[in-house]
Design a protein around this ligand. Structure first.
Ligand SMILES: [Zn+2]
Length: 388
């Protein structure tokens, strides 16, 4: 076979298939055609020499905001996702039933990044920063959300609801109930955003099903997963045992090193690692998903673990493990070539201005989406190496 592109001498890491060794990868017509120990050069039109690089499945970011121009917080997907290793970006509630058709026509269909969405139970999605989308509960219309989810079933992977008091007032329980009702009806997961809710998690978590997702799991805000002695609450442990997925969703205000460290000490690690990249954190403290993964390497997870939590685990969470999150022969050539710097000096900041000094950083080099190449505008963000 003649390959359009051959990636040579890479360290290939695909946790879904337990591959972590030196391999070559042949790509033709946008698909992965071959993964072998040694593919001869003369079978390729073009070659990427990837010695000393790590080659992983294109990352799957379970929580982003990319309904650019409509949702107040959104960024454009390609520069912040695809150029930086993320081939599948899952928008977490920027759109609702009133706006999903536009999101699909004007963004999803025109963007190189593969974009999927959790539909917000609020018809407006996340339009505004000052007025919460469910302060008026009339925005949460079950029938409209079911109809939109059915019409756009190819791109909607689940339902989203944000439960913080500044967003929903005292409507958190009714908003949660309505979102769960839609998720049950369409047989897809519910993603809830926790932190600062009016009611306690005791009234919410026990109702979540296996496969439902909690995002902002490691928030420092009230009504998080730790009790006042920094112990992981029993209701959270019960939910984890039941199969509820505890996602990171770093964001601008929702990831705390002290919370994540307390959880690590109690052997509570995330079920998935997502960035919650948006306009208010893309210049720090999030930067991108690879930086978020690097923070978990700092916290003690291995490279293989963080890549699992950002490839096949989120793919599984949205029931797309047949198509994304692994390097399969015949699958779309969605591949990230990254550098694993091990001897640097990096200043990692959480959402509360806590700083940790790390030595390891994952940085994007080249990302392939259906075999087409994309590169970042910068490799290491300058702020990561400046002492704050
Ligand atoms: Zn978000």
């Amino acid at each position: 076979m003649t390959f359009d592109l051959l990636i040579k001498n890479a360290t290939v890491l695909d946790p879904s298939r337990d591959i972590y060794e030196k391999k070559d990868i042949g790509v033709a017509s946008g698909k992965i055609r071959s993964i072998e120990n040694n593919i001869p050069d003369n079978n390729a039109i073009d070659i990427i020499e990837a010695k000393d690089k790590i080659v992983i499945p294109g990352l799957v970011d379970l929580h982003v905001h990319v309904w650019w121009g409509v949702a107040h917080l959104a960024v454009e997907a390609d520069p912040y996702c695809l150029d930086r290793g993320v081939t599948t970006a899952i928008d977490a509630g920027s759109s609702g039933s009133n706006t999903i058709a536009g999101f699909q026509r004007y963004v999803m269909s025109k963007t190189k990044t593969r974009i999927l969405a959790f539909l917000h139970i609020s018809g407006m999605g996340q339009l505004d920063n000052e007025i919460g989308e469910l302060e008026d509960i009339r925005w949460a219309r079950v029938e409209d959300a079911i109809e939109a989810s059915t019409l756009h079933s190819d791109s909607i992977v689940g339902i989203k609801v944000r439960l913080s008091e500044h967003i929903v007032g005292k409507n958190d329980l009714i908003a949660f109930e309505r979102a769960l009702q839609v998720a049950k009806e369409i047989k897809k997961p519910l993603m809830i955003h926790i932190g600062g809710s009016y009611n306690s998690l005791e009234k919410i978590l026990p109702n979540m099903r296996s496969g439902d997702i909690v995002t902002h799991s490691f928030t420092q805000k009230p009504n998080g997963i730790l009790d006042n002695k920094s112990k992981v609450k029993d209701i959270a442990l019960d939910a984890m045992k039941r199969g509820v997925i505890f996602d990171v969703g770093h964001g601008q205000g929702s990831f705390s090193f002290p919370v994540a460290e307390a959880c690590m000490e109690q052997d509570v690690i995330p079920g998935t690692i997502s960035s919650d990249i948006h306009k208010y954190n893309a210049r720090g403290p999030v930067f991108d998903l690879l930086t978020t993964l690097s923070k978990y390497i700092y916290l003690g997870l291995s490279l293989k673990e963080v890549i699992a939590l950002s490839t096949y685990k989120p793919a599984n969470a949205v029931n797309l493990n047949d198509n994304i999150g692994s390097l399969k022969i015949g699958a779309d050539a969605d591949i990230a070539i990254i550098n694993h710097i091990k001897d640097g000096r990096f200043y990692f900041e959480d959402a509360e201005q806590n700083i940790r000094n790390g030595t390891e950083l994952l940085v994007p080099i080249v990302t392939l989406r259906k075999g087409e190449r994309f590169s970042p505008k910068h490799s290491v963000h300058p702020q990561l190496t400046h002492k704050p």
